[in-house]
Design a protein. Structure first.
Length: 411
């Protein structure tokens, strides 16, 4: 059987002018060969005496092809990382991680060697087409660490340990691949960074099934040549698999974002609740401070009740307060005060005193003019408000004094 990638000229001849019957049936066979080549599957017949060409997605005439971009691996071979794809949920794998690592160590033949230990670098979920919300596939990155000298029994220094290279560990896992499948490991992957020579060699030669023009355009439109590498996707199955993987990856990221959104909402609710509690605690603290102030006052009263009398300053303040209180009780009413002011103004007019403004506002028939009466009324109202405020303050002081007298009486 002839492979199309090795005989491109023969494949082109089979698609254009096959020779089997020498009549119009050859045209029908040519069209059938073209359909198979475009699909990337089947056998292209060129001549009755020549073996047919086995078609695959790597032939130049396959229509189901595209070029994507993959991230260039950054891990080095000395890092020793190998990825194991496991057909189990990531939470289950994390829960039984110690048992899983112990079983791997037994399969590698390092169960009794104290200087060799399998370390887990990371565990992450993978998209699952059957169960997008709760994936039953995950990926575990592991490496093997070997201690050079354990005779001292002390903790190994960084210079005393080294990691088994990725190529060596990958080869050992491939030898026991059948046993690993019994543990649920479906695939073993090695992601090692390319050297500059290997990278240049990969970019210089287009892969099979990709033309020079397509490959040069892919390299030209690379969004980040330092981090991304053009990768061919050949065949309907590969394209469908890539599309499904991207869709599942997007759904997984969307679910993760929803999970983070719900967690942020919970944190925001908890923050609001704590802020409300802080306000309540501040109110309680204010009430406690008032109670504490009262207790301090009563403590001072108890301490001084049997030892000292009122000081001279306190007696002076008390006499002044009593005088103000008596004055407010015997204060004349506003109407009487107004009459006194009017009579006083009349005396000023008769005696020829007062300024010209007051004399102009005075009227023999009606007394004060309307503007003067409003000015005097406003002044009296303001004074009355001030007196009322002072009376209220004094009443509060008297109430506090009564409370203190009651406390003194109780002692």
């Amino acid at each position: 059987m002839i492979k199309p990638e090795d005989h491109q000229d023969q494949l082109a001849f089979a698609l254009q002018c096959p020779h089997l019957y020498g009549d119009e049936r050859d045209t029908l066979i040519a069209k059938w060969n073209q359909v198979q080549a475009a699909w990337g599957n089947g056998r292209a017949i060129r001549h009755g005496n020549i073996d047919p060409i086995q078609l695959s997605a790597r032939n130049m005439f396959c229509r189901f092809k595209a070029i994507g971009y993959s991230r260039i691996p950054e891990n080095k071979d000395k890092d020793g990382l190998v990825w194991l794809q496991i057909d189990k949920n990531s939470e289950v794998v994390r829960e039984h991680q110690n048992q899983f690592v112990t079983e791997l160590q037994k399969l590698l033949g390092a169960g009794n060697q104290l200087n060799i230990a399998i370390k887990v670098d990371a565990v992450k979920s993978l998209p699952d087409a059957q169960n997008p919300e709760k994936s039953n596939r995950c990926e575990m990155a592991i490496y093997v660490q070997e201690q050079m000298n354990i005779s001292t029994g002390a903790a190994p220094a960084p210079t005393d340990t080294y990691r088994v290279p990725s190529d060596v560990l990958y080869g050992n896992f491939k030898q026991i691949e059948d046993k690993l499948k019994n543990m649920g490991i479906s695939n073993i992957i090695r992601r090692v960074a390319y050297t500059s020579e290997e990278l240049q060699q990969y970019l210089d030669k287009p892969p099979q099934g990709i033309s020079e023009i397509q490959w040069s355009e892919a390299k030209k439109h690379n969004p980040d040549p330092k981090k991304l590498l053009p990768v061919p996707m050949l065949g309907f199955e590969t394209l469908n698999k890539t599309h499904t993987h991207q869709r599942l990856q997007s759904e997984q990221q969307s679910l993760r974002l929803n999970h983070l959104k719900a967690k942020l909402q919970k944190l925001q609710d908890a923050t609001t609740e704590r802020q409300q509690k802080i306000v309540e605690h501040r109110k309680d603290a204010d009430q406690l401070s008032r109670k504490m102030l009262r207790l301090i006052c009563r403590q001072e009263i108890v301490r001084n009740v049997s030892n000292e009398n009122f000081s001279k300053d306190e007696e002076h303040i008390l006499a002044h307060l009593e005088n103000i209180y008596q004055n407010t009780k015997t204060q004349v009413r506003p109407t009487e005060r107004l009459r006194n002011i009017k009579s006083h103004l009349k005396e000023i007019k008769v005696g020829g005193g007062g300024d010209g403004l007051m004399q102009a506002e005075w009227n023999d028939e009606n007394g004060l003019s309307e503007g003067a009466e409003k000015s005097i009324t406003t002044m009296l109202v303001d004074q009355q408000k001030q007196l009322d405020a002072m009376v209220a303050l004094l009443r509060n002081d008297v109430s506090d004094m009564n409370i203190l007298k009651g406390d003194l009486a109780s002692f």
